[in-house]
Design a protein around this ligand. Structure first.
Ligand code: PGA
Length: 246
């Protein structure tokens, strides 16, 4: 049985005081059957760690540099993320792929870096609108997963399926569209690793998740939770998503 995960990706939103206030308003969450992880901007991680330390909220980072330290101005490494209490790290969010030109080979290095510093990677994959319209969604997803996970034997990871056309657009994938891709991802993981490992890996859906659509998504057998962007910036809507019953 996979524990549901609800992850809140704050992206480049919230100043330090806004981040602290938002984190504070999540500390009362008591949802033992759901793992809750938030991804504040780097500069707020240390303070937010202090705010959530006596709650069930876990911390993650939005990206990682693949080297542990060195002359990489502006970058943040695995040991730094560990030192502020991160357990998870997003790898290959579509905004990183699109605006920062991160390709699958680089993501493979980032996943290795995460693993070597005891951070659990959440690998994000997803097709663009043009790719969906050209009926190559499953090919795109397969390539993204197999290249990012090439020669990585470790299976303590999470996958997030986020169709690019659904991110921040209000256009959520239908539960059937998402389930089709999630089941396909589990099959790829089963072939790449083994069936038992694939059954354990959580696959989150992301892209315009709200309290209104979370229930029908979570009813699907291979949707193990959500990676939430916009709706995670309001404590009320994020908590409502966490409290979704399926
Ligand atoms: P959204 O973002 O919920 O605002 O669509 C999701 C994401 O980018 O992770």
């Amino acid at each position: 049985m996979r524990t549901r995960m609800i992850a809140g990706n704050w992206k480049m939103n919230t100043t330090l005081s806004e981040a602290t206030n938002l984190a504070e308003s999540l500390t009362s969450i008591s949802s033992p059957e759901t793992e809750v992880v938030i991804f504040p901007p780097f500069i707020s991680l240390g303070t937010v760690q202090n705010t959530v330390k006596n709650s069930q909220i876990k911390l993650g980072a939005q990206t990682i540099h693949h080297e542990p330290k060195g002359a990489y101005t502006g970058e943040i490494s695995g040991p730094m993320l560990k030192s502020v209490g991160c357990d998870y790290v997003l790898i290959g969010h579509s905004e990183r792929r699109q605006y920062f030109h991160e390709d699958n080979a680089l993501l493979n290095q980032k996943i290795r870096a995460a693993i070597s510093h005891q951070l659990i990677p959440i690998l994000c994959v997803g097709e663009s609108l043009a790719e969906r319209e050209n009926n190559i969604t499953l090919d795109v997803i397969k390539t993204q997963i197999l290249e990012a996970l090439a020669a990585i034997p470790y299976t303590n990871m999470v996958i997030a399926y986020e169709p690019v056309w659904a991110i921040g657009t209000g256009k959520v994938a239908s539960p059937e569209q998402a389930q089709e891709v999630h089941a396909f991802i589990r099959k790829i993981l089963s072939d790449h690793y083994d069936k038992m490992s694939a059954e354990k890996i959580r696959i989150l859906y992301g892209g315009s998740v709200t309290p209104q659509n979370s229930h029908s998504l979570f009813e699907k057998p291979d949707i193990d939770g959500a990676l939430v962007g916009g709706a995670s910036l309001s404590a009320e809507s994020f908590i409502n998503i966490i409290q979704t019953h399926s």
